[in-house]
Design a protein around this ligand. Sequence first.
Ligand SMILES: *[C@@H]1O[C@H](CO)[C@@H](O)[C@H](O)[C@H]1NC(C)=O
Ligand SMILES: *[C@@H]1O[C@H](CO)[C@@H](O)[C@H](O)[C@H]1NC(C)=O
Ligand SMILES: *[C@@H]1O[C@H](CO)[C@@H](O)[C@H](O)[C@H]1NC(C)=O
Ligand SMILES: *[C@@H]1O[C@H](CO)[C@@H](O)[C@H](O)[C@H]1NC(C)=O
Ligand SMILES: *[C@@H]1O[C@H](CO)[C@@H](O)[C@H](O)[C@H]1NC(C)=O
Length: 223
Amino acid sequence: MESKGSGRFSMSRCLSSGDTVHASVVVTLLLGVWCASALEVSVGKVPFMEAMNGSTVLLPCTYSSCIGIKNLYFNWQYNDNGTFMKLCEAVIPIEGVEPRVQVYHERIEFVGSSKHNNISILLFNVTFEDEGEYTCFARNPKEKHRNHSAIFTLFVVDELKVVDNTVTTIIVSVVGGVIGLIVVVMVTKTLVLLILKKSAEKKYRDSAHRLGAAQEQPQSGAR
Ligand SMILES: *[C@@H]1O[C@H](CO)[C@@H](O)[C@H](O)[C@H]1NC(C)=O
Ligand SMILES: *[C@@H]1O[C@H](CO)[C@@H](O)[C@H](O)[C@H]1NC(C)=O
Ligand SMILES: *[C@@H]1O[C@H](CO)[C@@H](O)[C@H](O)[C@H]1NC(C)=O
Ligand SMILES: *[C@@H]1O[C@H](CO)[C@@H](O)[C@H](O)[C@H]1NC(C)=O
Ligand SMILES: *[C@@H]1O[C@H](CO)[C@@H](O)[C@H](O)[C@H]1NC(C)=O
């Protein structure tokens, strides 16, 4: 038992040191191949959102670059049925210096911060016409003017969605109630079965006793 355990332990140690070598090779490769030209622009893991008309939404965007930035140019564009409308634009001189942002849309405000590589914007009082694709675009002159962008899609819904939520809540409660009921029924059934089994055992033991006594009598009588 013990020797088995120690064997497994040393094997996992061997594996983990192998993984470390592996990881460092991968990191070296990434740094060598990727870092030569990698500005990354991201709108997050979920690149879309549903907003209610009249609400205020955050259009998220962040950038990262392993070679650092200098005079990073960025803008936000709205794809208005094929034509791109520039919503705002700015240049970030160096890392950590806040950009002076030109905003071309009356309901948009820049809320990002260079300290967090954040170039998100807020869109106030969303209307149904605001639905569509928003492109976060960035270009780092350090990288031979390569373009990078990410698209965030906004869906605008009206209050109907709240009703949907209520329905969902009702469904969830009903399902929860049914599951609770099933659990109660099963527990009760188990208890009842247990009690029945116990009493059946008792009956069996009792009858076995009586049977044993009945069998013993004729035997002792024969001797
Ligand atoms: C959203 O749109 C609906 C339907 O057009 C309208 O009745 C409602 O007042 C709007 N809500 C807001 C907050 O603008
Ligand atoms: C623009 O939108 C209109 C209606 O909203 C549509 O009929 C037209 O085909 C669209 N044009 C393009 C280029 O997508
Ligand atoms: C949003 O709507 C509210 C109420 O209609 C208004 O007071 C506010 O100024 C609007 N905000 C923007 C940025 O347009
Ligand atoms: C970017 O900044 C906005 C406003 O401060 C904030 O709400 C958002 O969470 C930030 N995004 C990230 C990825 O840090
Ligand atoms: C980058 O985008 C600009 C427009 O902002 C365009 O003029 C230029 O050709 C693009 N460069 C590349 C390499 O795609």
